[in-house]
Design a binder for this molecule. Sequence first.
Ligand code: COA
Length: 200
Amino acid sequence: MPLAAETPTAEDLLDAFCDLRHERFAPAEFRVKWANEPWERREAYALRRAVFCIEQGIFPGDDRDAVDDRAQLIVAAVCVAGMPEQVVGTVRIHRESEGDLPDLWYGSRLAVHPSFRRHSRLGVSLIRLAVGSAHALGCRHFRAHVQAQNAALFRSLHWRDLGDEALFGRPHVRMEADLAHYPAIHDPERGFATFSRRDR
Ligand SMILES: CC(C)(COP(=O)(O)OP(=O)(O)OC[C@H]1O[C@@H](n2cnc3c(N)ncnc32)[C@H](O)[C@@H]1OP(=O)(O)O)[C@@H](O)C(=O)NCCC(=O)NCCS
């Protein structure tokens, strides 16, 4: 079932969650790119609602907020014949003015469909494009409020801890990326391909 165009109900989301089109075959290729097509944005928001509202129960109904009005969405999509076909991962980035930090950017709402977690390094690829594309736009500090259970993943990707915090009643760690490990990515609309590790 394609993800619904209208705002889906919880039942629609669970259907979409369980009836992932590409579970019927093993995708070999994914594209990680800035979302610039309406279907990419629609599916990214539906995936976020499924993960953050239904799976994690952090937000009731819809996780979208004012940041989405100025954030850039990024997606990881399953490719069929080399073309992006269905969103299975997402993150968003936005620039923030905070204190005296120039060119501070944030990443948030990182989510990979459960069927594709620890599958083909989609989380790592989304983080790479998030930080690399902000770097290309002049970012000098890239931060995130990372759920505590994911802090080890970010540390392994050259992020440092800035302090523990509670957000939405859950333990988080404020973290900052070491930009030396994230070369600028100048063509984020095209992004890059990444390949399934399941075939290796
Ligand atoms: C966090 C999340 C985005 C990671 O995505 P993913 O696609 O599964 O991660 P990757 O496959 O890119 O992981 C890369 C490596 O880190 C490891 N890893 C993944 N999640 C990890 C975690 N939470 N802690 C430690 N290591 C982790 C993987 O095993 C993999 O190791 P390998 O290369 O040796 O096989 C995904 O688990 C998710 O969507 N979780 C629910 C939403 C969520 O928690 N979002 C908030 C993020 S702050």
